[in-house]
Design a protein around this ligand. Structure first.
Ligand SMILES: Cc1ncc(COP(=O)(O)O)c(C=O)c1O
Length: 936
C-alpha cells in the first residue's frame, strides 16, 4: 500500500458485503487470465490487450485485498510480478488456487503454508494451502487488524512474531492484517467480516491512502453525528469508539507509548478491552486476543448440556424420552431415534439440577447465558423464552400493565399484543398505520398519529394512565421505525412512557451497523448518550423557552415540531422482544425479551410473576441451548452473515427488477413503493435507484421516519395473474420453495443468515420458468383468454378493497363516549362473548347486516376476526363494525379467517348485552360457566 489509489465510487449495495463480491473479483481475474492464455495460443497482438485487461482487473482487485490477511501482500506481489513477466501459466495457477482457497476457506487451517507463501514467493506453488490436516481438532479461524504507524516494510516481521506465539493448546487461530491510518482501520472494520480483534497503535495518522470520497463522507457525517471526535488529538481512542459503533462486539486493544495508566483512566477509553505499553508483552497480547474470543465463544448452557449428555445418568423423573432407551429399543419407534440421533435424547431432562439450571428461577448457567446475551444485544437484562415471541409479548404486557392502564398500540400488530391487553385488562388505544392499499397491506404508524394520541390523552388528563407504547419494528413487510426519534418525541410529551418494540423479525439487526441504531437497544443506547450530552440539554432548554416546559401549545405546533425530551426528567424504559428463531440460529419458539429499563427494579417482581404465568414449567432444553449458541454465533460472525443476507436480498431485488422477462410479470417493491415520500425526508428513493450510494443510504437510515429492511422482499405477483396464496402454493408445490406471508397481489420473500447465492439463483431460475410459461400461454392465447388474463391482473392490482382503519369501541366499553381518544375495555367485550346468550350470529351476506349498518342497532364484534392475509384483526372484541369493514370482508377472497365461520356468520355481541354492559352493576362474565356449558 505504498501508492495512493482511488476506490471507485461505490454503490450503496456493494458495501454490504465485500465477501461475496470478493469471490466474483477473483473469478473475474481468473477468467481474464484464461482469456489471456487462449489469446497467447492464437496470436500475439490480441494477447497483449488481454494481458492489459488482466493488469487492470488485478489492480482493481488488489486495493480491496489490502484489508484481508489472505492471500497477503507477498502473494499479491508475486501475481503482479508474474503478470509483468508475462508468465501466463504461473499467473493462472496462482490465481486459481487462491480463488479456490478463498471459496473453500482452506487457507484457514494451514499455518505452515502461510509462512511459506509470505516469506518465499519462489516456492509458493508448493506451499499453497490446499487443505488442512483433517485429523487436527478444528480451530476456529479469525483475523486481527493492526492499525500501526510502523513502516509497511516491518509488517511481515510483526506478523511472523505473533505467529510464533502460537501454542498447541490455543483453541483458536488467527492471522493479521495491517493498516496505517484511522480511515483504513475503519474501512478494514467494515470490509473484513473475519475480523474479531483490533490492535491500535498510538500515533497513526487520520487520512487513508485509499482515496474514497464515499468513505470520507461516511466518516465525517456518520461518525461525527454519533459523537466520535475525528479531530481529537487522541485519535487512537476516537478510532476505538468509531469501530465500536460499527461492530461493538469486536475486542479492541491499544498499544500506547505514553503513560498507559492515564489512558486507562480516561472514561472514553472504556471501549478498549486492554491497554498495553507498546508491545512489551507480546505473549500477553496474544493470550488476551484469544481470551477475548473465548469470552464470546463461551456458551455456558450449551457447554454444560453437552457434558450432561455424556454422563451415565439414571432418570427417575417423568420424561421417558430422556436417554432414549424406550426409543432405541422399541420395536415400533426406533426410526425416530435413528432420525434424530442419540444426542437429542441424551440431552433431554426435566431436571433443573446437575448443572442444568432452571429457566424459571435461573441461578447458574442459564443466568450466565442470559447475561452474555444481554451484553451481546446491548441490554441490561435478557430473558430466554421457549414459547415464542407470542409469549414474550404477553409476559411484558402483563408485567408492565395493570387493569385500566392505557396501552397505545399499532392495531396492525401481532395478535399476541391484543391478547396481552385482554390478559392485563389494559385499554388498548389503537393507532393506525399508513395503508398501502394497492398492495393490500399496512405500513407503520406515523409518529404524528402517536404524538396526537398522547397529546389528546394529555388534554383529557389521562396521560398518567398511558403506560406503554407497543410498535412492531420492523413490520412484517419491512418498514423500520426511526426508533430513536419516536422515543425521544414521545418522552418529550410523557417522560416516563415505556416502550415495547416487537422486533420479532428484526433481532438480527443488532449486527448490522446500518440497522442497529433503528433497533430498540441501539436507539436506547443512542438516547442514553444524548441525554447526558450538555449540548442536548442546552438545545432542550432553548426549546423549553419557546414551547414552555409543559408544552402548553397548540396541538398543531407540537405535531409539527421535532420535540426534544427533558433530559432531567426522562426515564428511559425500553423493552424488546425478538423471535430469535426467526432470524438467528435458534430452534423454533426460541425467543428473547431484552430489557433496558432504568426503573426495572420497580417492576422486577411483577415481571417474574408474568414469567411464571406464561412460561411452561417444562421448558425445552434444546431451545435454551440454541438461544445460547445463537448468541455466540452472532457475536462472532453475525456481522458477516447479516451483511450476506442483505447482499443476497439486494441481488435478488436487482435481478428480478432488471431481468427482461421476469420484470414483465413480477417486481420487488423498492423503498419508494413501501414508504410514501412524506416519510422519506432525506429524498432517498431506493438502495438500487440509479446513482444511489452508500452515504445517501446511511443518511436516510439516520434521518427518515421510516426505512425499508431490504431483506424483506415484497414480490408483486398480481401482475402475473396470481393472487398471493395461489403463487405461494405454486412455489411450494412445484418448486419446493417456501416463503413468508402473502397479500392479495404479492408474496413476501425473506433472506436470512441461512441463505446462499444458490438459493437466489434457484429462485431466479424458477421465476424465469414461470415467466416463460406465462409468456408462451399469452402468445398462443386467443382474444378471450387474453382478456381474461387482463381482467384477472386488473382485479388483483386495481380492484383492491380499501383497508379499514380501526373504527371505535362501542360506547358500552368506553369510559367516556365523548372522549377524543379511542381506548376501550376490550376485555369486557372479550369475556362478554363467553356467554352464548349474550351473542348472536349474522351471515356475512345477510341483508340484515346492511339494514343494521344503516338503521342500527350497531353491530359490535364479539371476537377477534383475523384474515390471513393480511393477518391483522379487522375486528376486535367490542369494536363497532362499519360498512368499510363489511365491504372489506365481503371482498376478501382468502380461505383462512381466524374468528370467523362462514357457516355461522359474524359473531356479534347482542344489543341487550351492550345495554346491560353500560350499567356499572353489570355482572362480570364468568368464563368457567360458558366452558362448562359447552362441555355439557
Ligand atoms: C410481529 C410479530 N410479533 C410476534 C410474533 C410471534 O412470534 P413467535 O412466532 O415467535 O411466537 C410474530 C409471528 O409471526 C410476529 O410477526
Amino acid at each position: 500500500m505504498s501508492t495512493t489509489v482511488n476506490l471507485p465510487q461505490v454503490r450503496s449495495d456493494q458495501f454490504f458485503t465485500v465477501a461475496e463480491a470478493r469471490h466474483d473479483r477473483w473469478r473475474n481475474l481468473l477468467s481474464a487470465t484464461r482469456a489471456w492464455g487462449s489469446a497467447l495460443e492464437k496470436n500475439g497482438a490480441a494477447a497483449e490487450t488481454k494481458r492489459s485487461n488482466v493488469t487492470a482487473i488485478f489492480a482493481d482487485l488488489r486495493q480491496w485485498e489490502d484489508f484481508f490477511a489472505y492471500p497477503g501482500a507477498a502473494l499479491l506481489q508475486t501475481i503482479e510480478d508474474r503478470i509483468t513477466e508475462g508468465d501466463h501459466a504461473a499467473t493462472t495457477r496462482v490465481v486459481q488456487v487462491i480463488s479456490v482457497a478463498l471459496l473453500t476457506h482452506s487457507y484457514r487451517g494451514s499455518d505452515a503454508a502461510w509462512e511459506g507463501i509470505q516469506t518465499s514467493p519462489g516456492v509458493m506453488s508448493a506451499k499453497l494451502p490446499v487443505g488442512g490436516n483433517e485429523n487436527a481438532p478444528h480451530k476456529p479461524y479469525f483475523e486481527v487488524l493492526i492499525a500501526t504507524a510502523a513502516h509497511p516494510s516491518m509488517w511481515p516481521g510483526l506478523s511472523r512474531e505473533l505467529r510464533k506465539l502460537r501454542r498447541p493448546q490455543d483453541t483458536f487461530i488467527y492471522e493479521t492484517v495491517f493498516v496505517s491510518s484511522f480511515e483504513d482501520a475503519i474501512l478494514g472494520t467494515i470490509l473484513n467480516g473475519s475480523l474479531e480483534a483490533i490492535i491500535i497503535s498510538e500515533g497513526i495518522p487520520f487520512a487513508s491512502l485509499h482515496n474514497s470520497p464515499v468513505l470520507r463522507e461516511f466518516l465525517t457525517t456518520h461518525l461525527a453525528a454519533t459523537g466520535v471526535d475525528v479531530d481529537s488529538p487522541d485519535l487512537a481512542v476516537s478510532l476505538a469508539q468509531g469501530i465500536k459503533l460499527i461492530r461493538p462486539e469486536l475486542d479492541i486493544y491499544l498499544l500506547s507509548d505514553r503513560e498507559v495508566e492515564k489512558v486507562a483512566g480516561n472514561p472514553e477509553a472504556q471501549c478498549l478491552r486492554r491497554i498495553f505499553y507498546q508491545v512489551e508483552e507480546p505473549l500477553e497480547l496474544h493470550l488476551s486476543i484469544l481470551d477475548g474470543i473465548a469470552d464470546r465463544y463461551n456458551t455456558p448452557y450449551f457447554d454444560n448440556l453437552q457434558k450432561y449428555a455424556q454422563r451415565p445418568i439414571g432418570t427417575f423423573h417423568a420424561l421417558p424420552i430422556a436417554r432414549g432407551k424406550s426409543i432405541f429399543k422399541s420395536n415400533w419407534i426406533s426410526d425416530m431415534g435413528r432420525f434424530y440421533g442419540i444426542n437429542l435424547f441424551l440431552a433431554e431432562s426435566s431436571a433443573t439440577t446437575g448443572g442444568l439450571d432452571s429457566l424459571l428461577e435461573p441461578t447458574g448457567n442459564i443466568k450466565v447465558a442470559q447475561e452474555l446475551a444481554a451484553r451481546a444485544f446491548g441490554a441490561d437484562h435478557v430473558f430466554f423464552v421457549t414459547n415464542g415471541t407470542s409469549t414474550s409479548n404477553k409476559m411484558v404486557e402483563q408485567a408492565l400493565l395493570a387493569p385500566g392502564d392505557i396501552m397505545l398500540v399499532d392495531r396492525n400488530c401481532h395478535k399476541s399484543h391484543h391478547y396481552g391487553a385482554v390478559i392485563a385488562g389494559a385499554l388498548p388505544l389503537y393507532v393506525d398505520a399508513y395503508p398501502l392499499t394497492r398492495f393490500s397491506m399496512y405500513g407503520a404508524v406515523p409518529l404524528r398519529s402517536i404524538k396526537k394520541a398522547l397529546l389528546q390523552l394529555k388534554a383529557e388528563g389521562k396521560l398518567s394512565r398511558a403506560k406503554l407504547l407497543v410498535l412492531t419494528n420492523c413490520t412484517f413487510d419491512g418498514q423500520i421505525y426511526n426508533v430513536e426519534r419516536v422515543m425521544e418525541e414521545c418522552l418529550a410529551i410523557k417522560p416516563d412512557l415505556i416502550f415495547l418494540w416487537d422486533e420479532a423479525w428484526f433481532g438480527y439487526a443488532r449486527w448490522s451497523p446500518f440497522y442497529r441504531r433503528r433497533t430498540a437497544m441501539g436507539a436506547a443506547e443512542a438516547l442514553e448518550r444524548k441525554f447526558k450530552d450538555p449540548a442536548y440539554r442546552a438545545a432542550y432548554q432553548e426549546q423549553a423557552k419557546k414551547l414552555g416546559p409543559d408544552l402548553n401549545q397548540e396541538e398543531e405546533v407540537l405535531l409539527e415540531t421535532r420535540l426534544l425530551a427533558n433530559p432531567d426528567k426522562v426515564r428511559l424504559r425500553v423493552y424488546q422482544t425478538n423471535s430469535t428463531h426467526k432470524s438467528m440460529s435458534a430452534l423454533r419458539q426460541g425467543s428473547m425479551v431484552l430489557v433496558k429499563d432504568q426503573d426495572y427494579h420497580t417492576v422486577e417482581e411483577q415481571f417474574h410473576e408474568a414469567v411464571f404465568t406464561h412460561a411452561s414449567t417444562s421448558p425445552n432444553l434444546q431451545i435454551i441451548a440454541t438461544l445460547d449458541v445463537a448468541r455466540r454465533q452472532m457475536e462472532l460472525e453475525g456481522y458477516e452473515l447479516v451483511n450476506r443476507a442483505i447482499q443476497l436480498a439486494l441481488e435478488l431485488r436487482r435481478e428480478v427488477n432488471s431481468h427482461p422477462l421476469i420484470s414483465k410479470y413480477f417486481t420487488i417493491l423498492g423503498a419508494y413503493e413501501m414508504i410514501p415520500a412524506q416519510f422519506r425526508n432525506s429524498g432517498f428513493i431506493d438502495y438500487l435507484a440509479p446513482g444511489s450510494n452508500w452515504a445517501q443510504a446511511i443518511k436516510a437510515l439516520r434521518e427518515d421516519e421510516f426505512a425499508l429492511d431490504v431483506t424483506r422482499l415484497t414480490l408483486v405477483c398480481g401482475t402475473a395473474g396470481f393472487d398471493g396464496t395461489q403463487f405461494k402454493n405454486l412455489l411450494a408445490a412445484r418448486y419446493d420453495i417456501q416463503l413468508n406471508k402473502t397479500s392479495r397481489n404479492s408474496v413476501l420473500l425473506q433472506t436470512n443468515i441461512n441463505n446462499t447465492r444458490s438459493d437466489v439463483a434457484h429462485l431466479i431460475k424458477v421465476l424465469v420458468e414461470i415467466s416463460q410459461e406465462i409468456e408462451k400461454r399469452l402468445q398462443r392465447a386467443g382474444a378471450e383468454e387474453l382478456s381474461a388474463f387482463n381482467a384477472r391482473t386488473k382485479s388483483l392490482m386495481e380492484d383492491v378493497p380499501d383497508l379499514p382503519d380501526f373504527s371505535c369501541f362501542h360506547d358500552s366499553f368506553r369510559e367516556n363516549p365523548d372522549s377524543l381518544t379511542s381506548e376501550g375495555d376490550m376485555r369486557a367485550g372479550f369475556f362478554g362473548a363467553y356467554r352464548e346468550e349474550q351473542c348472536e350470529h349474522l351471515k356475512l351476506f345477510d341483508g340484515e347486516i346492511d339494514r343494521r349498518l344503516k338503521e342500527g342497532p350497531a353491530l359490535v364484534s364479539a371476537n377477534f376476526v383475523i384474515p390471513y392475509p393480511p393477518g391483522f384483526p379487522i375486528m376486535v372484541p367490542g369494536q363497532v363494525i362499519t360498512p368499510e369493514t363489511i365491504n372489506f370482508m365481503r371482498k376478501l377472497d382468502v380461505k383462512e379467517i381466524h374468528g370467523f365461520s362462514a357457516a355461522l356468520g359474524l359473531k356479534l355481541l347482542k344489543p341487550s348485552f351492550l345495554e346491560a354492559a353500560k350499567s356499572p352493576t353489570r355482572e362480570p362474565a364468568e368464563p368457567r360457566r360458558a366452558v362448562e356449558k359447552r362441555a355439557a
